[in-house]
Write a protein that binds this ligand. Structure first.
Ligand code: IPM
Ligand code: MG
Length: 373
């Protein structure tokens, strides 16, 4: 029996292209693993009314971790229109499969490193090396949303919040509510994981980016918990920055940041911004980590117009493989892979279109293989 069992979910669009690149590298590294592919994505929404079939959830449960390609998500009306005719009007609701996996498997930390690799012509600066810790299961993406707003909910909020009364002249139909739910546990565990990570990888500084001056209760809870936890790590510097200022400082002096912790939506936005500083989403991997399971996915989307053309940059996906190896405890293999990726970037002979080259997705993967030690 193989040492590891790994689920592969290529998903939509270029998910397959980058997954193939990942397999080139994994095969070359001879990781002792069994790989099992599963169904996820738009195709399954259209024909089954479910982008994440139960059999896929079962598959994930039977594996150690998952490597994930990309997902196409569309707003409500477009999703309904693309459903197979016999499934339409039957109450099927599209939801993002990746968000659902994160919640179902309690993958509460989304770790997104952004590092400017030497020689990357797309770097905004050459000295950026930061890691965003995005809370991944709650906040504004909890999925607790209402439209129209049920009367009983409305009445309950009215009773407890004076602020709600300001909207007294708005009908339930003309109002939508998405709840930003934070839990103490949720705040504590993302902050703690960031500090533990800092210790493990020799990082010196944790910054929490929230908005406690305005969103007093949710952001406030994050900050209050972070302050307490920071005291257990006197060896690591701690500070707080408001999220709007953080967005600005990421452009102004990104080299000053090390680990940034934030909530779900802020982290979603900030991580796209940070990715752009180090070459764009083609260079930005993510690890979705829980206590018992992990899923690794490039931060980029499914780029449907490039699907199957084997044109896109696989670097983000290869860096996901590196993170996966690290999480599995294969640290040497992970370092070996990262060094090889860095060499290919620095040498600059084999580059995809985003970097001004004309190499294909698999050319880059094969070049990385050549640089493995
Ligand atoms: C991301 C993506 C997802 C998110 C989408 C596809 C649901 O933007 O991983 O950053 O919002 O989390
Ligand atoms: Mg995003």
């Amino acid at each position: 029996m193989a040492k590891y069992k790994i689920a592969l979910l290529p998903g939509d669009g270029i998910g397959r292209d980058v997954m193939d690149a990942a397999m080139v590298v994994l095969d070359a590294l001879s990781l002792d693993a069994e790989y099992i592919e599963g169904d996820v994505g738009w195709e399954f929404w259209k024909k089954e009314g479910n982008p994440l079939p139960d059999r896929t959830i079962e598959l994930l449960k039977s594996t150690d971790c998952c490597l994930f390609g990309a997902i196409t998500s569309k707003p409500k009306d477009e999703a309904e229109a693309e459903l197979a005719p016999e499934l339409r009007g039957k109450g099927y609701k599209y939801y993002s499969p990746i968000v659902r996996i994160r919640q179902e498997f309690d993958l509460y930390a989304n770790i997104r490193p952004c590092k400017s690799y030497k020689g990357n012509p797309l770097n905004y600066r050459d000295d950026i090396d930061l890691v965003i810790f995005r809370e991944n299961t709650e906040g504004l993406y909890s999925g607790v949303e209402f439209h129209p707003v049920p009367e009983s909910l409305r009445a309950a909020i009215d009773e407890h919040s004076e602020k709600m009364r300001r909207f007294g002249d708005v009908s339930n139909e003309d109002m939508a509510i998405s709840m930003r739910i934070f839990t103490r546990r949720g705040c504590q565990r993302i902050v703690r994981m960031a500090f533990e990570y800092a210790r493990k990888y020799g990082r010196k500084h944790v910054t929490v980016a929230e908005k406690p001056n305005v969103i007093r209760e949710t952001s406030g809870m994050m900050i209050r918990e972070a302050r307490k936890i920071s005291q257990e790590y006197p060896d690591i510097e701690y500070d707080e920055v408001n999220i709007d200022a953080m967005a600005m400082r990421l452009i102004k002096n990104p080299q000053d940041y090390d680990i940034i912790v934030t909530s779900n939506m802020f982290g979603d936005i900030l991580s796209d911004e940070a990715a752009q500083l180090v070459g764009g989403l083609g260079f930005s991997p993510s690890a979705n980590i829980g206590d018992n399971y992990a899923l690794f996915e490039p931060t980029h989307g499914s780029a449907p117009k490039y699907a199957g053309m084997y044109k896109v940059n696989p670097t983000a996906m290869l860096l996901c493989v590196k993170m996966m190896l690290d999480w599995l405890g294969e640290r040497d293999m992970a370092m070996n892979l990262e060094r090889a990726i860095a060499k290919v970037i620095e040498e600059g002979r084999v580059r995809t279109y985003d970097m001004g080259g004309n190499a294909g997705t698999l050319d880059v993967a094969n070049e990385v293989v050549k640089k493995l030690e």
